[in-house]
Design a protein around this ligand. Structure first.
Ligand SMILES: *Cc1c(COP(=O)(O)O)cnc(C)c1O
Length: 393
């Protein structure tokens, strides 16, 4: 058995052909036809008006915060159980994150979000003020963790009630959509005010590094595209009326992206099929459960999470990862909570409980689109064997 990686990119489509074409044409930087083509393909797929392609998911989130008018001292509500890139852009704006717990979907708990707004804040002059700091709460960043949709119906209800902007971090959830309920047929990233996507190497599609951002308001997308190109008002005479960023995607990245978008439906299908096989193979694994995705959705099933009842074993997730590595299987722990990280230690963290538990209990298992059925069976058998050896009453 070869080494089985956690998540590697898949370039079985037209990637090389389009990259060659971009290079042959000499358009390798932030100009060229592939950028617009990728934006058009994404807008068509997501059924939204416009999408701006940029350098990373992180820059997509930052552009959304800038367009949303987040300023120094503003409060932005964020999850603590996520990749830190979802939160760092809040600090780029010198704004203050407030950390909220997750629910069993690993995404933000809407009940705790509501409780925070209701119990810790007051409404004055149409503004939501965080009582203990006196700062204005302006926005929520919701992350669709591992391709699972957050409870957007409940979160949007809270956002509307308190007049908060919603930025969806859909970096892990390109292609995840609701199939029933209020948002039936709506894709992750197209429900809130803004949606951010990432094309980093381990995401469901990749451009090496890259991202994209969309918004309900097409003018907001135009504005973010403008900000991403150094806020260039006049291409010939270097007139700039706002502080801009060098956040635009390059044509070489976009060439890869156009080819990857052609493959996206097939990637999602494989992820879904592989998940079902893991579910069968791991069904009899005691005291561990493959985390399910939200009922009312068709998820992209980007990452698979095994939730382990760690009290039942004499090894922790970290030790399990090391043992599996020796057997040629790459797995990964879920993130350390952000409110415990040095730059965020002094921030408000509201009633964090579930996230602490999941942070110690989740193991991500190999999920590349290329993984074979034989490999899935091997990984499952090895996990069951190791856990069996370390089980205690
Ligand atoms: C990958 C990721 C990002 C950042 O995307 P980059 O393209 O790496 O900047 C942000 N948030 C989450 C939850 C991610 O998984």
């Amino acid at each position: 058995m070869n080494f089985i990686p956690l998540s590697i990119p898949n370039f079985e489509g037209n990637e090389r052909k389009y990259v060659d074409d971009a290079i042959d044409q000499g358009w390798v930087s932030t100009g060229g036809a592939y950028i617009g083509e990728l934006e058009k393909k994404m807008a068509d797929f997501l059924r939204c008006e416009d999408v701006a392609a940029c350098q990373s998911g992180t820059s997509a989130i930052h552009l959304a915060l800038v367009d949303a008018g987040i300023q120094p001292g503003d409060v932005v509500i964020v999850p603590t159980l996520t990749f830190i890139a979802a939160v760092n852009p809040v600090k780029y704006q010198f704004a203050e994150p407030v950390f909220i717990d997750c629910d069993d979907s690993l995404c933000m708990d809407p009940q705790k979000l509501e409780a925070f707004c209701e119990n810790e804040c007051v409404c004055t002059d149409g503004k939501l003020i965080h009582q203990s700091t006196g700062k204005q709460v302006k926005a929520i960043i919701v992350v669709h963790v591992f391709g699972n949709m957050a409870d957007m119906e409940a979160i949007m209800r809270v956002a509307v009630q308190y007049g908060l902007k919603v930025i969806e971090d859909a970096t892990e959830a390109l292609g995840t959509k609701y199939v029933s309920g209020k948002y039936a047929d709506k894709y992750a990233g197209t429900i809130g005010d803004y949606g951010a996507f990432s094309f980093n190497g381990n995401k469901i599609i990749t451009t090496g590094g890259g991202g994209a951002v969309t918004a309900q308001d097409a003018e907001a997308v135009s504005h973010m595209r403008y900000l991403s190109t150094q806020s260039k008002d006049d291409p010939l005479f270097y007139v700039h009326n706002e502080i801009g960023y060098n956040y635009r995607m390059t044509n070489v990245q976009a060439a890869i992206g156009v080819a990857q978008m052609e493959e996206l439906p097939a990637f999602i299908e494989r992820k879904q099929r592989n998940f079902e096989l893991y579910k069968e193979e791991l069904a009899d694994c005691p005291y561990c459960d493959l985390l399910n995705f939200r009922e009312e959705t068709a998820p992209n099933k980007w990452f698979y999470s095994l939730v382990i009842d760690v009290d039942k074993f004499d090894i922790n997730v970290r030790e399990l990862i090391a043992i599996l590595h020796e057997k040629g299987i790459q797995t990964r722990a879920i993130w350390s909570l952000i409110h415990h990280q040095t730059p965020y230690e002094d921030c408000t963290a509201y009633q964090i409980e579930q996230a602490e538990r999941y942070s110690a209990a989740v193991l991500n298992i190999p999920c590349s689109t290329q993984i074979t059925e034989e490999e899935i069976r091997y990984v499952s058998a090895q996990i069951k064997e190791v856990l069996g050896e370390h089980f205690h009453e």
